[in-house]
Design a protein around this ligand. Structure first.
Ligand code: SF4
Length: 169
């Protein structure tokens, strides 16, 4: 896949797993995240965790990685406050690895930190994963080309979603 096609933020890639409606709304600039207690809790936790390491933030539009540190090559780190949507976190980190490798960086693997649960999870990008990411990015393009948002999905995690009132109010 061409680098020019890698125009998505990691958050969008994660949202594509969580909910296509959320992906669509977020990408169109519809945001209630500043009003969501759950999102604010996550931010607070992110800010308090790894404060020192965060000086090593890597920012390269559209990708913002929590921090990268050399070990066996570069390691992508991502902090999450809940394990509820682990598949989405995993795809997000794999996307970062994929993106940075396409940029020519030698990224070894990723680590997802769950400070509340005091757990970490290592994430590796396989060749098969690369195909999955490319398929996901193509599908995201299709979702985002829709003129109306995809339907409400009615999942348990809707209750903790910043768009809950918008979708169910
Ligand atoms: S509340 Fe549910 S349906 Fe609405 S955007 Fe969030 S996850 Fe999707």
């Amino acid at each position: 896949m061409d680098l020019r096609e890698l125009r998505y933020r990691g958050t969008q890639v994660a949202y594509s797993v969580v909910c296509e409606r959320k992906l669509w709304l977020f990408s169109r600039g519809v945001s209630f995240e500043h009003l969501s207690e759950w999102v604010q809790l996550g931010r607070l936790l992110d800010e308090r965790s790894f404060r020192r390491e965060r000086e090593e933030d890597f920012y390269d539009e559209p990708v913002r990685v929590d921090f990268i540190r050399s070990r066996r090559g570069l390691v992508v780190h991502e902090v999450k406050h809940s394990r509820a949507i682990e598949t989405a976190h995993e795809l997000q980190v794999k996307y970062y690895i994929y993106y940075l490798r396409k940029k020519g960086l030698e990224v070894s693997h990723g680590v997802i930190h769950y400070p509340r649960a005091r757990q970490i999870r290592e994430v590796y990008l396989t060749q098969e994963d690369e195909g999955l990411i490319e398929d996901a990015l193509l599908h995201m393009g299709e979702v985002l080309s829709l003129s109306l948002p995809p339907p409400v999905i009615d999942k348990p995690y809707c209750k903790k979603c910043a768009y809950e009132e918008f979708c169910y109010g």
